[in-house]
Design a protein around this ligand. Structure first.
Ligand SMILES: Nc1ncnc2c1ncn2[C@@H]1O[C@H](COP(=O)(O)OP(=O)(O)O)[C@@H](O)[C@H]1O
Ligand SMILES: [Mg+2]
Length: 264
């Protein structure tokens, strides 16, 4: 299996290659009036890795996604993608460069079929309906939606809406895929499905930034974890170090991820 030979790009003990940064967030601050939603946040995402962003509700995780993806500009600080400054660029330009995000509240197009939903992503790169359909077919297969391609978005179950959301994002051919709480509301089997999909995407060369509360899901698949609390980065590190970090336990983990679950 690919996993047996894979090295975590974040673990210096395993990796002698130079750092290969895909995204760098430097001193990002975002204010809404007097509320500081992100304060001086800095971290990097290595090419080919899975990085998870965790922290309590209101910590500023979605706000950071919004600043990276061009939903709005940060108040100050810089976002570099493949070495280029993309700070404040419009969302469609950032998407075209290779960063795509999903939304915490799913935004399935209700009147369109699953296939058409996915094709809307493919139209970022092609004007041809035939090509978009071809791209969609491969993604339908990968996300387990092939037999539902004719169903309208509005009639789907929550897991399938989430699958469509990820599938549409994939159709834009992202280098960096950002998933905002895409496992929330799913059962154990469905969570396992999404975990496996994340690993598969990573193996295919897509870098992932994941916001998630389900520790049992993100600890095993993440190469690196960044922790936000009240807008500030309070820690970053390998998953095994984060679960033992006193400040992280106090601010967020508590007994959410205890010694027992660490063993399993
Ligand atoms: N558009 C906005 N206008 C005003 N305040 C906002 C806006 N978006 C987020 N906030 C505030 O910023 C803080 C961080 O929110 P958010 O990034 O959604 O947190 P998280 O995703 O970690 O739960 C919260 O206090 C939230 O109320
Ligand atoms: Mg959020």
């Amino acid at each position: 299996m690919a996993d047996a030979v894979r090295v975590n790009p974040y673990n210096p003990a395993e990796n002698s290659k130079p750092v290969d940064e895909l995204l760098k967030i430097q001193n990002i601050t975002k204010k809404f009036g007097s509320l500081v939603a992100n304060e001086d946040v800095t971290f990097s995402i290595h090419h080919g890795s899975i990085v998870s962003l965790i922290g309590p509700n209101g910590a500023g995780k979605t706000t950071l996604f919004n600043s990276i993806s061009g939903y709005y500009p940060p108040t100050s600080g810089k976002v570099y993608f493949e070495g280029k400054d993309i700070t404040g660029k419009p969302a469609y330009e950032i998407c075209k460069l290779g960063i795509t995000r999903t939304f915490q509240v799913v935004k399935t197009l209700k009147e369109m079929t699953v296939e058409e939903n996915i094709m809307t992503g493919a139209f970022l790169h092609t004007g041809s309906r035939r090509q978009a359909q071809k791209d969609a077919a491969a993604i339908l297969e990968m996300t387990g939606l092939s037999d539902k391609k004719g169903i309208k978005g509005g009639s789907l179950t929550i897991i399938d809406k989430k699958r469509v959301e990820i599938a549409r994002a994939l159709a834009t051919k992202p280098k960096l895929l950002m998933l905002d709480e895409c496992m929330a509301g799913l059962n154990q089997t469905e969570i396992k499905d999404v975990m496996n999909l994340c690993l598969r995407l990573r193996d295919e060369g897509i870098t992932l930034l994941i916001v998630e509360h389900i520790m049992e899901a993100i600890m095993p698949i993440s190469d690196w974890i960044v922790v936000l609390n009240a807008g500030k980065k309070i820690a970053e590190g390998l998953p095994q170090d984060i679960v033992d970090n006193e400040e992280v336990i106090k601010a967020y983990l508590g007994d959410r991820y205890n010694a027992e679950s660490k063993k399993s």
